[in-house]
Design a protein. Structure first.
Length: 261
């Protein structure tokens, strides 16, 4: 072993420090990356000296995320979900950044590594009839509590697309409607009086539930019918979804000024 080269430290082309931990000869060198992952690999000394060493834990995704030992091509569907989550939180050019990252929504350090997210996803995956896809949700388990700001294994669940859309509250509400409860539309009559309408959408069909004198009256009708429908959907999916999701749906409460997605 060449002791002169042992512990020699350089940067790879991405800027991550790496150190020689074993030197047998110029073609047989063991190096370790000096980051939180401490990945080790066997390389040639010339490649080490020039910095041409790939580290799967370099933060190549939006400056915060890394692939780890899971290749995106091996898990294309999971990678789409993971990349979308990071885009919402860290990509200022994303259409959804204003409703996530700008509002302080973030991804836990564990999930900044795709390898870790794949493990969680596969552990929590369940199959649905007709191969319905699953989406990640960070808010269901926090219903009626403070809005959750962090995507993490403790906070998130996988939901069928239909259910996720059902309970999604769109943050992109127009400024002029932000003081009106969700599910309620304000209507101004020709004489200047204001009325409040409400309705719910079932299987892509909008069902009008009535017009009321106050927004609170309209919301109470909306809340009752929407919560009733969510229970029906929970029962429909009961045999396919984890019990923790079923219980959360069955006890789901609609809040008048619920925000977030």
């Amino acid at each position: 072993m060449n002791k002169d080269k042992l512990n020699e430290t350089r940067m790879n082309t991405f800027g991550t420090p790496m150190k020689i931990i074993q030197y047998n000869n110029s073609r047989d060198v063991r190096i370790k990356f000096l980051d939180e992952y401490g990945y080790e690999k066997d390389v040639k000394y010339d490649a080490f000296k020039n910095g041409n060493i790939y580290n799967p834990y370099d933060k190549e995704v939006l400056g915060v995320g890394c692939s780890g030992l899971a290749r995106c091509t091996d898990y294309p569907n999971i990678h789409t979900i993971w990349r979308g989550m990071l885009n919402r939180c860290y990509n200022k050019k994303s259409d959804n950044y204003n409703y996530y990252g700008m509002k302080g929504v973030n991804v836990c350090s564990e999930w900044l590594c795709f390898e870790n997210f794949v493990k969680w996803y596969n552990k929590n995956y369940y199959k649905l009839p007709n191969d319905e896809k699953l989406q990640i949700d960070k808010d269901l388990l926090f219903n009626n509590k403070l809005q959750n700001k962090t995507y993490s294994p403790q906070n998130c669940v996988l939901l069928p697309v239909y259910i996720n859309n059902l309970i999604t509250v769109h943050a992109k509400r127009k400024e002029e409607t932000k003081n009106i409860p969700i599910g309620v539309k304000e209507k101004t009559l020709k004489n200047g009086d204001k009325k409040y309408q409400t309705g719910i959408t079932i299987n892509k069909k909008y069902i009008h539930l009535g017009t009321f004198e106050t927004a609170d009256e309209a919301f109470e009708v909306y809340k009752t019918e929407k919560e009733k429908f969510i229970k029906l959907v929970a029962d429909k999916y009961k045999d396919f979804i984890p019990n923790v999701i079923y219980e959360a749906l069955y006890n789901y409460k609609i809040n008048p000024f619920q925000s977030g997605q």
